[in-house]
Design a protein around this ligand. Structure first.
Ligand SMILES: *[C@@H]1O[C@H](CO)[C@@H](O)[C@H](O)[C@H]1NC(C)=O
Ligand SMILES: *[C@@H]1O[C@H](CO)[C@@H](O)[C@H](O)[C@H]1NC(C)=O
Ligand SMILES: *[C@@H]1O[C@H](CO)[C@@H](O)[C@H](O)[C@H]1NC(C)=O
Ligand SMILES: *[C@@H]1O[C@H](CO)[C@@H](O)[C@H](O)[C@H]1NC(C)=O
Ligand SMILES: *[C@@H]1O[C@H](CO)[C@@H](O)[C@H](O)[C@H]1NC(C)=O
Ligand SMILES: *[C@@H]1O[C@H](CO)[C@@H](O)[C@H](O)[C@H]1NC(C)=O
Ligand SMILES: *[C@@H]1O[C@H](CO)[C@@H](O)[C@H](O)[C@H]1NC(C)=O
Length: 464
């Protein structure tokens, strides 16, 4: 893969300590061999200007100025996250106590705030007294003591990087969303009284038509202004906690739909859920799974291992709420963000997923563990046991992870796949649907459980 952008930055050590106890005892037979980490950037300025926006564009001066930039608050969050990761992986001796270019690879989307998040994170991770002047950085007057450049890689514009950004341009996904929007669940949503009330109220307030497609812009602006300009927002005649809660309540289903979460997952005979997820979390989980497989093979047979993979131990993706959520969806973990009652809520700033690979010396096989951090005020929690196939386990057979990757693997290389519109081959056996419709009299939008019921009925029919 070609990486077009290479960024460097400087690491410093600052007199900032925050000790975190890691209290996870790993079974004796397991040895940590590789870590993938996928985080969301930290706090940022709002994404764009609204008509009648209470905050003037000139007010957004933080973090380089302008919209969508990582703020100092966001830098601090990532710095703290970097410290937490340092406690987990450097203090424990898994990684060297300085930036080792052979061990670590940092990949960001090519967006200011994710690149700056990676910078800030590395600063927290490697701010250590063991950086060696003359080896890690030049030992010259004027060079800040302890500052050490670390490369942050990026693979092309975010709208073309389907591995690290789940929202990359994809015609196929657009077409699938259109089909999905014909389903009863989505139709009920956009016909609900609350949806109609809030979108029409919002459209009037901000003198622009707002629908499920762009309502996030208002939610985003209000959410962020409440952080950075709380007096200005709460002073607006239209602002009330109730109005903001309405925006949140409408955003959650909308975010679930964009992510491919539909109930039932089949609309007009197409499994829109699986097909959409293939274009969002699919490329990322396969990237992770392939690297873990290579690494697991390396551990088993060092002779067949190339030096790049022999030394590599830590791979980070600096990304967006879209991407962190997309990976959770692939693993069936979407409700760990805010609980099932807030289904569809996306991950907070500086939330983080860890996918750890272990070698089990008893059976010589690879195992994995998944941890999730809600935000920097939280602690990493092991969530492996919530993955289907890993019930009650903290460490699960790597085969389960590979089967998830396979289930959501794009049918072709993602850029080609995104050009292919869904067609008959994606139909959930159209003959079968016709059969249901004609002989059993069921509509296509029947609830999932009835769908299975009639399937059993049909099997009975066949084998009688
Ligand atoms: C750490 O683990 C031990 C043993 O499982 C447990 O008793 C203790 O409460 C844990 N401490 C924290 C802070 O979670
Ligand atoms: C970075 O920020 C500048 C200033 O806001 C903006 O013009 C530019 O488009 C941003 N670039 C990316 C890739 O986000
Ligand atoms: C919609 O607005 C009407 C009129 O303002 C109000 O009576 C009704 O309670 C609102 N419905 C919801 C679900 O918010
Ligand atoms: C609303 O926007 C339109 C242009 O889109 C403009 O002509 C009109 O004056 C605006 N109305 C108000 C009240 O700002
Ligand atoms: C809030 O509104 C009052 C009265 O309209 C005004 O005097 C005050 O300056 C406003 N405060 C802010 C922070 O905008
Ligand atoms: C390691 O492998 C052995 C043999 O298959 C198994 O009994 C044990 O549970 C494994 N350890 C973990 C933590 O899964
Ligand atoms: C973390 O806690 C601090 C102090 O309670 C609070 O100000 C901050 O908003 C919290 N951050 C997040 C991301 O929840």
């Amino acid at each position: 893969m070609k990486f077009h952008f290479l960024y460097s930055f400087f690491i410093t050590f600052i007199g900032f300590t925050r000790t975190l106890e890691t209290n996870e005892t790993v079974p004796e037979e397991l040895k940590l061999v590789f870590v993938h980490t996928v985080w969301r950037h930290g706090d940022r300025s709002q994404e764009g200007h609204l008509n009648n926006d209470p905050v003037d564009p000139s007010k957004w001066i933080k973090g380089g100025g302008g919209y969508g930039q990582l703020t100092p608050e966001g830098m601090e969050q990532q710095f703290i996250l970097g410290k937490m990761l340092r406690d987990r992986y450097i203090k424990t001796g898994f990684l060297h106590n300085f930036y080792d270019s052979q061990q670590i690879y940092i990949r960001s989307t090519d967006v200011n705030r994710t690149i700056n998040s990676a910078f800030s994170n590395m600063l927290g991770m490697f701010s250590s007294c063991t950086s060696r002047p003359g080896i890690d950085y030049p030992d010259i007057p004027g060079w800040p003591r302890g500052f050490m450049p670390v490369p942050i890689h990026s693979s092309g514009p975010a709208n073309e990087d389907c591995v690290a950004s789940a929202f990359c341009d994809c015609k196929r996904r657009e077409a699938l969303l259109e089909i999905a929007h014909q389903g009863k669940e989505f139709q009920d949503y956009i016909k609900s009284e609350k949806y109609l009330n809030v979108t029409s109220q919002t459209s009037k307030l901000f003198n622009k038509t707002f629908t499920f497609d762009n309502l996030w812009k208002v939610h985003d602006a209000v959410y962020i202004q409440l952080v950075h300009f709380p007096e200005t927002v709460s002073n607006q005649s239209w602002y009330s906690e109730e109005y903001f809660k309405d925006l949140e309540d409408l955003e959650r289903p909308s975010q679930a739909f964009v992510s491919g979460l539909y109930n039932p997952p089949i609309v007009n005979g197409i499994n829109v859920q699986r097909e959409i997820v293939k274009t969002r979390g699919g490329p990322l989980i396969n990237d992770i799974s392939n690297r873990m497989r290579t690494k697991a093979n390396c551990v088993k047979n060092d002779g067949k291992c190339d030096s790049y993979h022999r030394n590599l131990k830590y791979y980070a993706y600096s990304t967006h709420d879209h991407t962190v959520f997309a990976l959770l969806v692939v693993l069936g973990l979407e409700d760990i963000v805010a609980g099932p009652e807030k289904h569809g809520e996306w991950p907070d700033y500086s939330s983080d997923i860890l996918v750890e690979l272990f070698h089990n010396s008893t059976d010589g096989r690879p195992y994995f563990r998944v941890n999730y951090l809600k935000n920097i005020n939280s602690t990493f929690e092991t969530v492996t046991h919530l993955i289907k196939g890993c019930e009650e386990l903290s460490y699960c057979d790597f085969k389960v992870f590979e089967s998830k990757a396979k289930e959501f693997r794009p049918d072709r290389p993602i850029h080609e796949f995104c050009q292919v519109l869904p067609g008959d081959e994606n139909r959930v056996t159209s003959w079968f649907k016709e059969f249901l419709h004609e002989k059993v009299g069921l509509e296509s939008s029947v609830d999932r459980k009835y769908w299975y019921l009639s399937y059993s009925f049909f099997l009975l029919f066949l084998f009688k």
